[in-house]
Design a binder for this molecule. Structure first.
Ligand code: BTN
Length: 325
């Protein structure tokens, strides 16, 4: 174990006690300079370590800020990348070197300069939000792979309820809403293995407006987006960004590893803000159809009854829908 991690463990197990630099150096059998360097490294990674003259060091547990330190602590089985700012966590994730052995990976950022949305749109990603991408090993069964965006939607809605106690709705297939306004978008991209022509892994990118003040958004979005909290000061003490990321990631994997169990679809249906509503369907060939969304089936496809009473089944990613009533 590196000295940095030994120091961290020591501070963690000391609970609320102060630990002097000398005590750390003696017990870990290194110099005080080495301890000082390890503490600086931990702080650079985002650990909140207070130092008080004549008392020593003290680890402050929860931080509102995202950091490599806090994320690695919560996501022990993952390769974690944290960036204060990046063009797009999805793009970054797709460029990571691959190895033969799959490693669960998550890339997290506090801001994106070129956040990407579905259909080549921009995803405005200012400070205050949480932007992260998960590299997920695909299943052999492509039916499962096609469920990943719905799984992510249910996971985000469940996690926001659990961590922030806020109810969300899901707009089929990948938008999360709080009171009729979008709070989160999800973009899933497949990584293809060119040799066998199959999906090797998937990058699931999630952008959540966490404590993003409305004036951070351009005028055309102000009336259609929202944030879980109005600003940084409104975040309750017992809530943190790290907790929310951990909860979403854990929930996604719990569902993913439990497939073919499709119980999560019950939540997908009950949290839907589309079923029972009139919708306009924008097809890829530019044609438009009107109807009423009547159900979501076991493939997470939306069943729409058209004006002529015929029913069509829409697969995830095939079309865009607009709820009209
Ligand atoms: C959408 O609403 O159209 C999807 C938005 C997806 C945004 C997330 S933020 C993290 C990840 N990185 C990106 O560039 N996009 C996704």
């Amino acid at each position: 174990m590196s000295l940095k991690n030994k120091v961290l463990n020591y501070l963690e197990t000391s609970g609320d006690e102060f630990v002097s630099g000398q005590q750390l150096a003696d017990d870990l059998k290194v110099s005080r300079t080495a301890i000082w360097k390890a503490i600086s490294e931990l702080r650079k990674e985002g650990a909140l370590i207070n130092a008080v003259t004549n008392k020593g060091y003290y680890l402050v547990r929860e931080s509102q800020k995202l950091s490599l330190f806090s994320l690695e602590k919560e996501l022990k089985d993952f390769e974690v990348h944290y960036l204060e700012e990046v063009d797009s966590t999805n793009s970054y994730c797709k460029k990571l070197p691959t190895s033969d052995v799959f490693k669960k990976t998550v890339v997290v950022a506090s801001k994106q300069s070129s956040g990407r949305g579905r259909r080549g749109r921009t995803f405005v990603s200012p400070d205050g939000g949480i932007y992260f991408s998960l590299l997920i090993d695909s299943h052999n069964n492509n039916e499962d792979n096609l469920l990943i965006t719905s799984i992510a939607s249910v996971s985000v809605a469940r996690a926001i309820k659990k961590v922030c106690n806020v109810d969300c709705k899901i707009k089929w297939v990948n938008d999360i809403f709080i009171k009729e306004r979008k709070v989160c978008g999800i973009l899933t991209e497949g990584v293809i293995d060119m040799e066998v022509g199959k999906i090797k892994s998937m990058v699931v990118g999630i952008g959540i407006n966490f404590s993003t003040p409305m004036d951070e958004f351009p005028a055309d979005l102000k009336d259609i987006v929202t944030s879980i909290y109005d600003n940084e000061q409104a975040i309750p003490n017992n809530v943190s960004r790290t907790m929310l990321v951990k909860e979403v990631v854990t929930e996604i994997y719990n569902i993913w590893d439990d497939l073919p169990n499709k119980d999560f679809l019950n939540d997908y249906r009950s949290k839907s803000n589309v079923i029972g509503k009139s919708v306009t369907i924008y097809n890829r060939d530019n044609s438009v159809q009107n109807g009423v969304a009547i159900a979501i089936n076991d493939s997470a496809h939306l069943i729409v009854e058209l004006e002529d009473k015929t029913e069509i089944e829409i697969g995830t990613g095939e079309v865009t829908i607009r709820v009209t009533k």
